[in-house]
Design a protein around this ligand. Sequence first.
Ligand code: TYD
Length: 216
Amino acid sequence: MFIVLEGIDGAGKTTQLALLTERLRQRSPEVVATQEPGGTPLGDRLREVVKHGADLDIVPRAELLLFAASRAQLVERVLRPALARGVSVVCDRYVFSTVAYQGYGRGVDRGLIAAAVDLATGGLLPDLVVLLDLEVRLALQRIASPGRREPTTFAPARGRDRFEGEALAFYERVRQGYRDQAAVDPDRWLVLDATRPPDHLARIIWEKVEKFGLQG
Ligand code: TYD
């Protein structure tokens, strides 16, 4: 099974990713947990650029292609090989982030977004997308809270990244971008209220995953 977690920064994806991965591993030890941008040595370098290259004056189309390059590498080197071996994959963000951030957020043309997504993935889509939906105001409060760390690399917090410095209006568009995507593909998406307690969210996600397991 291929599962993706999505949501605006601060929605709690990292926590749910960890809980879900742990439960999947109890069922079958070999699970790939990865993230975008990143997940490969090339992707990790590109991640550094898109997140912390505030001095690089990255234009929206270049940003789109940087995410696409990271994704192409991840799809070919990690996701497809794992899925081909029958190993479940959990990914922190995927193409839906590109539609939401570069499309709705930055205003890059939809056709270009679709082309970049297709180029990077060759049409590989997850079985399930979990959207942790949260009011932007609350998300920004969570981002601003002291002691928030770069979750997956365990590096000390480096202050706000290029996205976390964006204005409220940017995040409102991104959130709408997610909700629109979920609305047109309800079978694939599970939309959850991210203000609910983490263990409650984890339980609902797991119920959904188990349903898929029964179907598959
Ligand atoms: P990250 O630290 O992974 O954010 P989070 O911990 O909130 O998941 O940083 C990735 C940032 O890149 C995040 O702000 C969302 C953004 N992003 C895009 O703009 N487009 C994309 O295609 C992807 C995958 C991420």
